[in-house]
Design a protein around this ligand. Structure first.
Ligand code: EPZ
Length: 435
């Protein structure tokens, strides 16, 4: 049985209204949780989103020997007890690529770590070569056997300087954290500049780390001793992809939608794209107000590392472009498998042509019809929710518990609260083939 969402489409009517509260950021919270391995005492984390990926990472840390207390909704304390394991439990770590960020702190603190290859996923191969290369540059020896890695740094990690051939977010974060306990200075060049990285550095510096340049393409970390969380509870930043996903939904179907507890400054690229398509968007310090226009203009989208258009909003934006008049080109520059979901949108009536694995051409405006859909990953899954709201008739989206629930907290209640007609059911997902 899987969780499925049944959604009744509005057939293009703009009926959504009210307020949706942005949650704490999944891709910030997961790294703050991994960072607790760098601490000598108990760390308090707040505004943590109650989502499956967070639950899974806490499960991993507990299985490795951490003491985790779920104080109340969104608030956890973590302390690394004696005898903490240096092996990321394969059965848990393999289910979530993000667990790889824990390897840096474990290796830096204990001098060794072993972990499974977290495997690719529907969006792309997700290689680990930059992790292996970085560990070796910091003086560790990496061996790989039957799909898992063992890394050992006799005498501990040494600071190193390296240039990332791809601006990988998790590679940047893993080595920023590893540098905190390495001997000497670590310099990461061509580092990713996502706001979650800057946030992580601020958190670690408050607790005793010496990191400079986070948020720019060169990050310098002076190695030191274990950090202390005493007196420094960490509040997770707002989730810009959660806010951005509801922003796209509102741009298509809202009379007036207020997205609160967000940071509009982290969404400048999507806001600019939606405004150029004719969407009315008002921003305040921690709120976005969006109203859907009656006509939308086609715009070209090219995903790019921050501050460019985020790849995690590419699928919701492609749904938006099916409703814009004219031809839009979508160029997904980061992942080679992140446009496969468009086959399902075409089955709903969208006019989408795959030019190559990185590019599609969208012709609009096209009428969408409700369908039974399998959610392939959390972001395409949310895009299917948006398409279902816009469509004519009823849609059923399967695999919600293993995709959308990984990254969107309490999604059905938050959708219902702004007017979406949605029910969550337990269903056996039929095998759906799109003729
Ligand atoms: C982070 O993934 C996010 N995940 C992703 O969000 C996000 O889509 C991505 O950054 C890009 O913004 C988390 O932060 C947990 P990558 P990350 O696999 O950093 C290449 C979501 O939906 N690369 O490193 O893990 C890789 O091929 C998720 O919330 C190497 O070449 O992304 C790709 O081109 C999906 N070698 C680029 O880096 C390596 O060793 C980024 O991919 C590692 C990566």
């Amino acid at each position: 049985m899987s969780n499925s969402l049944v959604i009744k489409g509005f057939n293009g009517e703009r009926k959504l209204h009210g307020t949706v509260r942005t949650t704490g950021a999944k891709n910030a919270a997961l790294k703050a949780i991994a960072a607790t391995i760098l601490f000598r005492d108990t760390v308090t984390l707040t505004n943590i989103p109650e989502i499956n990926d967070v639950e899974r990472l806490f499960e991993l840390l507990k299985d490795m020997g951490a003491e985790v207390v779920h104080v109340k909704r969104g608030v956890y304390t973590v302390s690394i007890a004696k005898g903490f394991s240096t092996e990321l439990t394969p059965g848990i770590a393999r289910k979530m690529r993000a667990s790889v960020v824990a390897t840096g702190p474990v290796l830096a603190r204990f001098g060794k770590v072993s972990f499974p290859h977290p495997g690719g996923c529907v969006i792309g191969s997700r290689p680990l070569d930059l992790f292996v290369d970085g560990f070796e540059k910091m003086g560790a020896k990496v061996t790989m056997n039957d799909g898992s890695y063992s890394v050992e740094a006799k005498g501990g990690l040494k600071g190193a300087e390296f240039f990332l051939k791809n601006q990988s977010v998790t590679v940047t974060e893993t080595f920023m954290m590893a540098g905190v306990l390495a001997k000497g200075t670590t310099v990461i060049k061509n580092a990713a500049m996502e706001p979650e990285i800057e946030e992580l550095a601020k958190f670690l510096n408050t607790c005793g780390a010496k990191i400079s340049g986070a948020g720019t393409s060169t990050i310098t970390i002076k190695g030191g001793k274990l950090l202390s969380g005493k007196g420094h509870p960490h509040k997770t930043m707002p989730d810009r992809i959660d806010a951005g996903s509801f922003l796209v939904l509102g741009a298509l179907a809202a009379r007036e939608l207020h997205i609160t507890h967000c940071n509009p400054l982290h969404l400048e690229s999507p806001i600019a794209a939606l405004r150029s398509a004719g969407v009315s968007i008002e921003t305040k310090k921690s709120e976005i107000i969006v109203r859907a226009p009656s006509h939308l203009k086609a715009v070209d989208i090219k995903t790019h590392e921050y501050p460019g258009f985020p790849t995690d909003l590419q699928a919701p934006m492609t749904v938006f472009l099916t409703q814009a008049e004219g031809e839009s080109k979508v160029f997904e520059t980061i992942f080679e498998g992140r446009l496969n979901y468009t086959e399902s949108l075409a089955a709903m009536g969208a006019q989408i042509t795959m030019m190559d694995p990185h590019r599609v051409l969208v012709r609009g405006k096209s009428e969408l019809y409700g369908r039974k859909l399998q959610s392939p990953d959390l972001r395409a899954g949310l895009a299917f929710v948006i398409a279902a709201v816009v469509a004519k008739g009823e849609s059923v989206i399967h695999n919600v518990d293993t995709t959308i629930d990984r990254g969107y907290e309490d999604v059905d209640n938050r959708l219902r609260a702004i007017g979406v007609e949605v029910e969550r059911i337990s269903a056996i997902p039929e095998v759906i083939t799109h003729a």
